[in-house]
Design a protein around this ligand. Structure first.
Ligand SMILES: [Cu+2]
Length: 455
């Protein structure tokens, strides 16, 4: 396809520069006045942040913060973002989970050319589905996401949802040491296993925050895992909490239960009945505390559970006429024999390892689907490590697993467990060449990616 040309930035006038401090340039996401081409300006730039008390970390942020500024729009409306690259390296933005045209998908050399330093790119697309999403680069991902180029994208329901209160909680575990200095984002030994973990667990960039929520009110908690590696085993002991949506898509509300495994790229929308004033709850990852939720005074009458959220307009796959394709996610090689001169290849899909530096990989799709065809994918994890499998451009329905009972639901990312086989289905209703990959960034960058063509 013909790639949209990059735009060269003429100058910085009117681009929302708010200050030039000694600690680096700080930018914000602004709504410019009287501009026909876009509604927001989003700048990626270096920003020094205090992740470790008293220490400065040379992060990269969107809108001068990490995680990046929360972008909001309404379901069915157009989101127009002028993205400005003030980094010293090329980048793009991928809008995780949004069903959009290929030209807006942010994959270099597939959707668009990379946005070079000092250039901008206008992203312009309709958000067809309400829910909790996020955005991040699709270039040099372990470093770019690792340094903080990750941010929430919230698509509000067309009509008021019934929630009076909500909070976005972005989960990230930073690769920093006790001094706030970055450590390796990717270590080969780890990349060939579960992926390279960070050390400092944070919510909205803060380690072990205390979240003040209004007593006896129902609060929508939008939990977004924008980490490179970590699957959070979320639990809220003693809390009255119900799941309202998974990965943006509403489900019939059900109790949170003991542990919800939220893999990289995944989201969960919870309704929490905040306890009486003075009470505290612990949001945890397995046995480890992530945040303290503190109940603070509220004048409002006690809230009740809102109704289920309205379903998103995702096409229903017809299993009776669906074609079945199989995908094996497997370990590829030994650490002793790295790819000559190229990136390491530790992982593969159906025997093919994606070369993250080869611009032509997408010319050889692993599967070609007919536009508007119905498909069942059988996903088989041949290894003992978790793979959150993400498909660009289309949402799919999770049908079944050989490891657990599935209440079928729509998503864009399925966490494929240890040696698990799962079945998903969807209608291939979005033409293009779509990335199909593991969202453990180390796995993606060492082979676990493929292209799916819809023609
Ligand atoms: Cu993986």
């Amino acid at each position: 396809m013909k790639l949209k040309r990059r735009q060269v930035l003429a100058g910085l006038a009117g681009l929302g520069v708010v200050g030039l401090g000694a600690g680096g340039v700080r930018y914000w996401l602004g709504r410019p006045e009287n501009v026909a081409s876009h509604d927001y300006e989003l700048i990626a730039a270096p920003v020094d942040v205090e992740l470790v008390p008293g220490r400065s970390t040379p992060a990269w942020g969107y809108g001068g913060q990490v995680p990046g500024v929360e972008i909001r729009c309404r379901q069915g409306e157009r989101l127009r973002v002028r993205f400005i690259n003030q980094l010293e390296q090329q980048t793009t933005i991928h809008w995780h989970g949004i069903r959009l045209p290929l030209e807006m998908d942010g994959v270099p050399y597939v959707s668009q050319l990379p946005v070079l330093p000092g250039e901008y790119f206008d992203y312009d697309f309709i958000c067809p589905d309400a829910g909790s999403y996020w955005y991040h680069p699709h270039t040099t991902s372990s470093e770019q996401l690792g340094r903080g180029l990750v941010g929430p994208l919230i698509v509000e329901e067309r009509e008021p949802s019934g929630f009076q209160h909500e909070r976005t909680l972005s989960l990230k575990t930073w690769h920093v040491d006790e001094q706030g200095t970055f450590t390796a984002f990717s270590v080969p030994r780890e990349a060939a296993r579960e992926g390279t973990r960070g050390r400092l667990s944070t919510i909205n960039g803060v380690s072990l925050p205390t979240l003040d929520l209004p007593a006896r009110q129902v609060v929508r908690l939008r939990l977004i895992n924008l980490d490179n590696t970590v699957t959070y085993r979320l639990n809220l002991p003693g809390a009255e909490a119900r799941i309202y949506a998974l990965d943006g898509n509403p489900i019939k509300p059900r109790p949170l239960g003991k542990n919800y495994w939220l893999g990289p790229g995944m989201r969960i929308d919870l309704a929490l009945k905040v306890p009486a004033i003075g009470a505290e709850l612990s949001l945890r990852n397995g046995p480890l505390r992530l945040a303290t939720i503190r109940s603070v005074s509220s004048n409002a009458a006690p809230g009740d559970w809102p109704p289920a959220l309205p379903a998103n307009p995702v096409a229903e796959p017809d299993l009776s006429r669906a074609e079945t394709l199989r995908f094996n996610f497997e370990w590829a090689a030994t650490l002793a024999s790295p790819n000559q001169g190229g990136p390491a290849r530790y992982w593969q899909i159906n025997g093919q390892a994606w070369d993250i530096n080869d611009k032509t990989c997408a010319d050889r799709p692993i599967a070609t689907l007919k536009k508007d065809g119905h498909y069942i994918f059988v996903l088989r994890n041949m290894a003992q490590y978790l793979h959150p499998i993400h498909l660009h451009g289309m949402s799919f329905k999770v049908l079944s697993s050989d490891r657990k009972k599935i209440e079928p639901y729509f998503t864009d990312t399925y966490l494929l467990g240890k040696n698990e086989t799962a079945r998903i289905a969807f209608v291939a209703d979005n033409p293009g060449v779509w990335m199909f990959h593991c969202h453990v960034i180390d796995h993606m960058e060492t082979g676990l990616m493929a292209a799916i063509a819809v023609v």
